[in-house]
Design a protein around this ligand. Structure first.
Ligand SMILES: Nc1nc2c(ncn2[C@@H]2O[C@H](COP(=O)(O)OP(=O)(O)OP(=O)(O)O)[C@@H](O)[C@H]2O)c(=O)[nH]1
Ligand SMILES: [Mg+2]
Ligand SMILES: [Zn+2]
Length: 313
């Protein structure tokens, strides 16, 4: 006899999962592995997956994830399924902001239709840089929060936003480079979690990849309150490695390009070198930020080199 229970994968470490289940109104976490066919690379179980766990009776009974429900979406970095909201976290300083990495993350979220909000951390280190970055991302049509986990500034406003966006059992994640203060921020918001935080390496000026795995926390106690994921920081390397969309989709992944698309002289304009390009004109007029446009051209070159003829008209 096999007992089958529905649940949600909340953590995954080296092939060992924890599934949060509700039985007779009681929540419990079930440690388990995945059955063989769900261990293949192309069918891997992700944190955030809604699953059916099979529990066999008897002393040698095995507890395994038997089924994974169809996903709303799934991401490779961070490895998550069924995400409703993303918070792109970047520090004003230590580590220095990396515009292209942030813009790539934002583009991937647009492409996956996951709403993204920008969180600028460590504003105690530079109010000026916080103001500059906030203007940059507000111009690009993003909601921006400026916070310091040290001084507590901005934490209450972000907490309100989270509560509203997680209500009804929704799932959000904090993602960004290692050392920007994701775990520190989650601790400032939800002190009871007591997550481990790390230092910034003096030698390389980057974080030390303190958070090693992605985990979903039911931050308001019950599943209905929603889940927040802490994720391992990106290193530059793993972020450049994977394919993320075709170059034809890229202009649609930059929110602030939308009003100009279709206004270029050439219908098949790629907004790179073409004459009378509405995007380039908007950059010249200061309506689109130069750094955002530079991220676009750089990501375009990467995608084009990987798959030069994909979908060529
Ligand atoms: N000045 C300042 N430093 C902060 C702030 N928040 C975090 N830090 C410091 O930044 C460093 C990294 O913080 P973490 O929270 O571990 O960063 P993380 O983004 O979780 O890093 P990974 O887990 O490696 O991805 C620690 O030394 C923190 O003390 C802040 O608001 N102000
Ligand atoms: Mg961390
Ligand atoms: Zn154009």
């Amino acid at each position: 006899m096999k007992n089958r229970i529905d649940g949600r994968v909340v953590s995954s470490v080296g092939g060992l999962f924890e599934v949060l289940c509700t039985e007779n109104g009681e929540e419990r976490r079930i440690p388990c592995r995945a059955r063989g066919s769900l261990r293949r690379d192309d069918a891997r179980v992700l944190v955030g997956d809604l699953v059916v766990v099979g529990i066999e009776d008897g002393a040698r009974g095995e507890t395994v994830i038997d089924e994974v429900a169809p996903r709303k979406n799934s991401l490779i970095r961070p490895p998550l399924a069924n995400l409703d909201e993303m918070y792109a976290v970047l520090a004003v300083k230590d580590p220095p902001p990396m515009p292209e990495t942030t813009d790539k993350l934002l583009a991937i979220m647009e492409h996956n239709r996951i709403n993204c909000t920008v969180v600028l951390t460590k504003i105690d280190l530079s109010v000026k840089e916080a103001a500059r970055l906030a203007t940059l991302y507000r111009m690009a049509d993003y909601e921006v929060f400026c916070v310091s986990s040290f001084s507590g500034e901005g934490i209450a406003a972000l907490a309100d936003h989270l509560r509203a966006h997680l209500a009804g059992g929704r799932t959000a994640a904090f993602a960004g480079a290692s050392g920007v203060g994701k775990s520190s921020l989650i601790n400032a918001l939800f002190p009871a979690l007591g997550l481990t935080t790390g230092e910034i390496s003096k030698k390389i000026g980057r974080g030390k990849n303190t958070t090693r795995h992605t985990e979903l926390y039911p931050v308001y106690g019950k599943a209905e309150g929603g889940f927040l994921a802490d994720t391992p920081g990106f290193s530059m390397l793993d972020f450049v490695r994977f394919d993320f969309m075709s170059w034809q989709d890229l202009p649609h992944a930059f929110r602030e390009f939308a009003p100009y698309l279709g206004e270029c002289r050439y219908g098949d304009c790629n907004h790179v070198k073409e004459e009378e390009c509405a995007i380039r004109a908007a950059v010249e007029k200061g309506e689109i930020a130069t750094s955002r446009y530079e991220s676009y051209t750089s990501l375009y070159a990467v995608l084009r080199a990987k798959n030069p003829y994909a979908g060529e008209k």
